[in-house]
Design a binder for this molecule. Structure first.
Ligand code: MN
Length: 328
C-alpha cells in the first residue's frame, strides 16, 4: 500500500469549500458502494448550497433504482461542461472512470474518496483508506466533517454502499466503525428491512435463470478448492439476461464446502472474458488478479482477458491452482 495513502477529510472539505460546481463520478460497471457514495455526496453538497452533478458511464443496476437522486445520473460523454471540482468516489484507478476521465481533465481541480489498496492516488487531493470496508464509510465521515445533518435519504445511500461492499455486513473487513455508523443511520430513519430485501433477498427472473445456468456449469479445480463457473454469450441470450445480471453469482461458488476460491468467467462480449474472483479469508486472490492485469481487494478481485471463454478460463484457473500449489 502506498505510504501516502490516508484519510484526509479536512483536505477534501477544503477543496469542496473552494468550489461551487462539483462533478461527482462513479466507476464503470457501478455497484452499490460507488452509487451510494455519489448520491450521498450529492445530497450532502446540496445541503451545503453547492451545485453537484453525478456521473456514471454505465447503466445503474435496477436494484438501486430506489435510491434518492438516482435519476439525475448522467453519462460523462453527454456532458461538455467543466466543473470547479471533480470528485471520484470508490474509483480504484483512472481507467475505471471510463469517459469520466476526460471530464476529470476538463475540471479545474480534482479529488477522490476511495478504499482500494491498489489506488495510485490519481487526484490532486486524495482521501484513500485501503483498509476501509467501503468507500461509503469515508463519505459518511466526510459529510460529518463538513457538518451535513444526517437525513433518511442520505442514510439510504450510505447503507446501500456499506451493506453491499461488506456482503451484508459479513466480510472480514466489516468493522466496528461500520456498526457505529449504522446506529446513526437507523436513528435517522433508515428503512432497513425494505432496503435489505431489495438488495439481498430479491432478484429478477433473468438473474435467477442465469444463476441456474452458472450452477449447471459449476465444476471444481485445485483438488476441490477452486469453484469454477462460466457463462457464455449464449447463456445470456437464452436467459434474456444482461451482463449486470451475473454480478453476484460468483459468491455461490464460494458457498460450496471445502472451497477456498471461486471464479466466475463470463463472456461480456464475444472474445472478451470478464472474471470475478472471490476467496475465503485469509486466502488472497488479488495478487493473482494483478499478475493477469486485473486488480481489486484481497478477497474480491476482477480480471478481463481477451480470448475464448474456454482458453481464458484455463489461464485464470491455472494461475489460481499455481497459487494454491506454491502456498502449500
Ligand atoms: Mn467500494
Amino acid at each position: 500500500m502506498n505510504s501516502e495513502m490516508r484519510r484526509q477529510p479536512e483536505a477534501i472539505a477544503e477543496a469542496i469549500r473552494a468550489a461551487d460546481s462539483i462533478a461527482i463520478c462513479s466507476h464503470i460497471n457501478p455497484d452499490g458502494d460507488t452509487i451510494g457514495c455519489a448520491l450521498a455526496m450529492r445530497l450532502g453538497l446540496l445541503a451545503l448550497g453547492k451545485k453537484p452533478s453525478v456521473f456514471c458511464e454505465d447503466k445503474i443496476p435496477d436494484n438501486l433504482a430506489m435510491l434518492p437522486g438516482v435519476e439525475t445520473f448522467r453519462n460523462p460523454s453527454d456532458c461538455g461542461e467543466a466543473f470547479d471540482l471533480f470528485l471520484a468516489v470508490d474509483v480504484s484507478d483512472p481507467a475505471r472512470l471510463g469517459t469520466g476521465r476526460s471530464l476529470m481533465e476538463r475540471c479545474a481541480h480534482t479529488a477522490q474518496i476511495d478504499h482500494h489498496p491498489t489506488n495510485p492516488l490519481f487526484a490532486e487531493t486524495n482521501s484513500v483508506d485501503g483498509y476501509a470496508p467501503a468507500a461509503s464509510v469515508l463519505v459518511y465521515e466526510q459529510l460529518r466533517q463538513m457538518g451535513v445533518p444526517m437525513t433518511r435519504e442520505i442514510a439510504m445511500c450510505l447503507y446501500t454502499g456499506m451493506s453491499t461492499d461488506t456482503g451484508n455486513f459479513s466480510f472480514s473487513a466489516t468493522s466496528a466503525e461500520v456498526f457505529s455508523i449504522m446506529s446513526e443511520l437507523m436513528r435517522a430513519g433508515l428503512p432497513l428491512s425494505e432496503l435489505s430485501r431489495i438488495l439481498f433477498r430479491e432478484r429478477s427472473r433473468e438473474q435467477l435463470r442465469l444463476l441456474g445456468r452458472a450452477i449447471e456449469h459449476l465444476r471444481f479445480a485445485g483438488g476441490g478448492r477452486i469453484a469454477v463457473m462460466t457463462l457464455s454469450r449464449q447463456d445470456f441470450l437464452d436467459c434474456g439476461a444482461l451482463n449486470e445480471h451475473a454480478d453476484t453469482i460468483v459468491n455461490y461458488g464460494l458457498e460450496t464446502v471445502g472451497t477456498q476460491m471461486a471464479v466466475l468467467a463470463r463472456e461480456d462480449e464475444p472474445g472478451m472474458i470478464k472474471f470475478s474472483l472471490r476467496s475465503k479469508s485469509p486466502q488472497r486472490i488479488d495478487d493473482v488478479a494483478k499478475s493477469l492485469g486485473g486488480g481489486g481487494h484481497p478477497q474480491a478481485s476482477g480480471i478481463t482477458l481477451a480470448g475464448t471463454l474456454r482458453e481464458a478460463t484455463a489461464v485464470v484457473v491455472a494461475a489460481l491452482e499455481q497459487k494454491l500449489e506454491t502456498e502449500k
